[in-house]
Design a protein around this ligand. Structure first.
Ligand SMILES: [Zn+2]
Length: 123
């Protein structure tokens, strides 16, 4: 199995309004987010790629147009705009475009990452 990944960056605000008021994430704040998309394939294309990184420019455009310098509560349409839910949001956008997508990771701080990948054990 071959695995590739590519990182993207954006800045946005959010507010986890469902948390207790004393929780710092319940206040309006922002992050410089890092998004990492992972693609896997058992075979390579004629050029020796899992997928040409240039194909992923569409994800950069989606991030720039939809997430960058936005309020994520407005974009996702709910109050649970955690890195976990953001990873799932981006995965659900990317998977129909590129079947090789296996996971999306989102970082809010240098020490934290959240990952969404479908549970392949079921079914
Ligand atoms: Zn936050």
């Amino acid at each position: 199995m071959y695995t590739i990944s590519k990182q993207f960056h954006f800045s946005a605000s959010h507010q986890l309004s469902n948390l207790p008021a004393e929780h710092p994430c319940a206040r309006l704040h922002g992050h410089n987010y890092i998004v990492e998309i992972e693609l896997q394939s058992a075979t390579l294309d004629a050029y020796g790629f899992v997928r040409d990184y240039n194909d992923l420019d569409a994800l950069k455009a989606f991030i720039d147009n939809t997430l960058d310098h936005r309020h994520l509560n407005d974009v996702l349409g709910h109050e649970n705009t955690t890195a976990e839910n953001l990873a799932k949001f981006i995965y659900d956008w990317a998977k129909p475009k590129w079947s090789e997508v296996t996971a999306v990771r989102v970082s809010e701080t240098p020490k934290t990452w959240a990952c969404y990948q479908p549970d392949t054990r079921s079914g």
